[in-house]
Ligand binder design. Structure first.
Ligand SMILES: CCCCCC/C=C\CC(=O)SCCNC(=O)CCNC(=O)[C@H](O)C(C)(C)COP(=O)(O)OP(=O)(O)OC[C@H]1O[C@@H](n2cnc3c(N)ncnc32)[C@H](O)[C@@H]1OP(=O)(O)O
Length: 275
């Protein structure tokens, strides 16, 4: 449905792939220079290794396409992205787990540092890694009122890495982030708007896409160089920490995921999802 809407809305498309063959659909409106990246991995757009690799590679492709802006959204009913694939954390193969973590680090770096402005059109629930993807964009428009967003890792008995946490601090500030992270709180659209986790709340996805395009149009009169330098200065401390501590970050995640206590929590959480 969303794909049809975007096709009607925009003019010429390149690099278009069909949903049946791909977990990601990317379209570029040549006239506006705006790309739309639509996640389509039923049932909940959970981020496993292969999906993360596709997202990372598409972001690199957009860099080469020299687009002017990007909208990230979902083609699924009610779900933006359910975060990392939790089944990958249950009795994981350490090698594959390391690959997932490294790929997620790299995908995040690519998204957080894009040389073009980005908007998350959050048209469904967005827990954990889904919230991180949204927070990494330059602007967030969320469809309301019935969806939720937040970093709920503590509810799974796991720890959001420092770069997840710092990304949230950059969006909502130290105090609100601390309460939000420690309690693993999921916010409704209205609550998210109130604490600044999202920038706008709209009743439907058509409005959300329009708001996203409006935001991106602000950059028509801004030098791309000035935009990118300013964004880099703002985001550099969070990014630099990860670049300097990639292995340490990875070791912590893998070690903690493999511990019996965390495995027990993840098992219980997965069971609760099935119920
Ligand atoms: C360097 C790397 C750092 C790693 C460290 C950070 C660690 C973790 C970050 C994360 O992202 S952990 C993921 C946390 N995600 C969640 O807690 C989301 C849990 N899911 C939900 O709350 C709900 O499913 C939903 C997204 C709100 C959707 O609800 P709905 O009622 O529409 O659908 P369900 O029936 O609950 O789910 C359908 C189907 O999908 C399975 N599923 C849901 N979420 C995930 C997931 N994240 N990974 C894998 N599978 C998921 C769910 O179990 C159902 O499966 P079936 O019962 O149909 O088999």
């Amino acid at each position: 449905m969303l794909r049809r809407y975007i096709l009607n809305k925009t003019n010429t498309f390149i690099n278009y792939r069909y949903a049946s063959q791909s977990m990601l659909q990317s379209t570029i409106d040549d006239k506006l220079g705006i790309a739309t990246l639509v996640m389509n991995k039923p049932p909940v757009n959970s981020l496993n290794l292969e999906f993360l690799e596709e997202i990372k590679s598409q972001l690199t492709q957009f860099k080469n396409d020299k687009i002017r802006g990007m909208i990230l959204t979902s083609d699924l009913q009610k779900i933006f992205c359910a975060g990392l694939d939790i089944t990958e954390f249950s009795n994981p193969n350490p090698e594959r787990l390391s690959k997932i973590c490294t790929t997620f680090q790299d995908t995040w770096l690519a998204l957080y540092l894009t040389q073009f402005p980005t908007v998350a059109v959050i048209n469904g629930h967005s827990p954990a890694g889904g919230c991180l993807l949204a927070m990494s964009c330059d602007y967030r428009v969320m469809v309301g009122p019935n969806y939720t967003i937040g970093l709920n890792e503590t509810k799974l008995g796991i720890v959001a890495p420092k770069w997840f946490q710092d990304c949230m601090v950059a969006v909502i500030g130290q105090r609100k982030a601390e309460v939000s992270l420690t309690t693993g709180k999921m916010y409704t659209t209205d609550q998210a708007l109130q604490i600044g986790l999202v920038d706008e709340s709209v009743p439907d996805v058509d409005n959300a896409i329009n708001k996203g395009i409006q935001f991106l149009n602000n950059f028509q009169k801004i030098s791309p160089w000035a935009y990118k330098m300013t964004k880099d200065i703002r985001r550099q401390p969070t990014v630099q920490w990860l670049i300097d501590n990639k292995q340490k970050d990875l070791d912590f995640v893998v070690k903690s995921m493999m511990s019996p206590n965390v495995q027990k929590s993840i098992g219980l959480y997965l069971q609760s999802l099935k119920k």
